[in-house]
Ligand binder design. Sequence first.
Ligand code: FES
Length: 80
Amino acid sequence: MIFFFENNEIHAIAGQTVGSALLENNVRVLRRTRFEGAPRGMFCGIGVCFDCVVTINGVANQRACLVEVEEGMRVEGFQR
Ligand code: FES
């Protein structure tokens, strides 16, 4: 299945989370911090740290490590 991160095509398998699919496709930086622009990505992988928050299909503050990939979904980082 295919979804999009920052308009780039990402391949995933059914049942995979957005975060794990991005890691598998060598996407390490999902967003940057507001003031210092420090990179953030997958850290805990279990929904605790909120480092992986992204916008999915227009809905902000979704944890990439918890949301299952769906065909054609659009994922955006922020503060880039
Ligand atoms: S990686 Fe920690 S909440 Fe997603």
